[in-house]
Design a protein around this ligand. Structure first.
Ligand SMILES: Nc1ncnc2c1ncn2[C@@H]1O[C@H](COP(=O)(O)OP(=O)(O)O)[C@@H](O)[C@H]1O
Ligand SMILES: [Mg+2]
Length: 307
């Protein structure tokens, strides 16, 4: 049974949340703590570098909630159990509780710095970026009166619409290509405060689209409506998209899937992002047995919502 372990660093007091892979890592005053190599996954927890909101976002008319609610699509979503740890028909399991813990950690980070847009990336594909983005957004949206916007910015391999069981277009690529406006690409959950922008139609030029500044404008317009904006990104190493997107977000969460990410590659990917508001690491897919006993703080669950 695979497990998720949250290892997000608390910026406020510079204390490190240590997981089984981080147990010997030493936080440092600047730069990134030295890694402990276990041969499987990156074991270091990156320092908080900064969380300065990027400059240069063009002034934009703010979107009004009423207008959004009237104009956005309201399809019936059918979340897939293999991604979803918040099935409506079942009470929250241990894994969902751990996403609530991650959420709480992010709120406490926000007490110390202005973070509202979060990029979720990883070294390579299939490490759980979409899994983490979707469940973190749901955890946020389940709080009374809070709204979260979940954005699929992995224009090369959009999957969030599959995970959520939602239409894939119109979406972000259509907005960035100038073919759709904000309201028409946003979908809403009728019951909770979760809003969703799917990837949209496949395009041949995702890098150009992501860099054309329309995404900044979109964030500027919708930011006041949402508690958090969670951006599901491509992996950091193969293409520059994640780095470009990180420059538009207030913080980056780096997902490392235990047993999948090669240490050297994860280290290189973290290096790519270390000047881009890297907040911390979520270690995904950790076996419960690897953590029980020695550690009381862990992520549990198998990605199916079952225990
Ligand atoms: N903790 C987990 N436990 C079980 N399955 C997981 C877990 N995290 C991710 N998965 C599954 O692994 C696959 C890849 O995850 P995904 O989130 O799509 O990766 P990425 O977005 O990084 O490419 C999906 O089928 C997803 O359901
Ligand atoms: Mg994905």
């Amino acid at each position: 049974m695979s497990r998720v372990y949250e290892a997000l660093k608390n910026a406020q007091d510079q204390q490190t949340i240590r997981g089984p892979l981080e147990a010997e890592a030493t936080p440092q005053e600047s730069g990134v703590g030295e890694p402990v190599h276990n041969g499987k996954a990156a074991s270091r927890i990156p320092e908080i570098l900064s969380a300065v909101r990027p400059e240069g976002a063009p002034p934009a008319r703010l979107l009004q909630l009423e207008e959004l609610q009237q104009r956005c699509a309201k399809p019936v979503w059918k979340p897939q159990l293999r991604w979803n740890v918040f099935p409506k028909e079942r009470p929250c399991g241990r894994q969902a509780e751990q996403f609530h813990s991650l959420r709480a950690r992010l709120y406490s980070l926000r007490d110390t710095r202005p973070i509202q847009t979060l990029l979720i990336t990883s070294t390579t594909a299939a490490e759980g970026k979409t899994f983490v983005a979707m469940n973190l957004a749901q955890s946020i949206a389940r709080q009374p009166g809070r709204r979260a916007l979940l954005v699929d910015a992995d224009l090369r391999a959009s999957r969030l619409h599959i995970a959520l069981g939602a239409p894939c277009a119109p979406g972000l690529s259509d907005y960035l290509a100038g073919e759709s406006d904000e309201c028409s690409i946003i979908q809403a959950d009728s019951q909770e405060g979760l809003f969703f922008i799917p990837g949209g139609k496949p395009r041949s030029n995702p890098a150009e689209l992501l860099a054309n500044n329309l995404l900044r404008a979109l964030f500027s317009r919708v930011l006041p409506l949402f508690d958090w904006i969670i951006v599901d990104a491509p992996p950091a190493l193969p293409v520059a998209d994640a780095s470009v997107l990180a420059g538009m977000c207030d913080g980056v969460i780096f997902v490392v899937r235990a047993g999948v990410a090669a240490f050297d590659m994860a280290q290189a990917a973290c290096g790519e992002l270390k000047h881009k508001n890297l907040l911390g690491v979520v270690l995904n897919g950790v076996e419960e047995e690897a953590i029980y006993g020695a550690y009381g703080y862990y992520y549990g669950g198998n990605g199916t919502g079952g225990e």
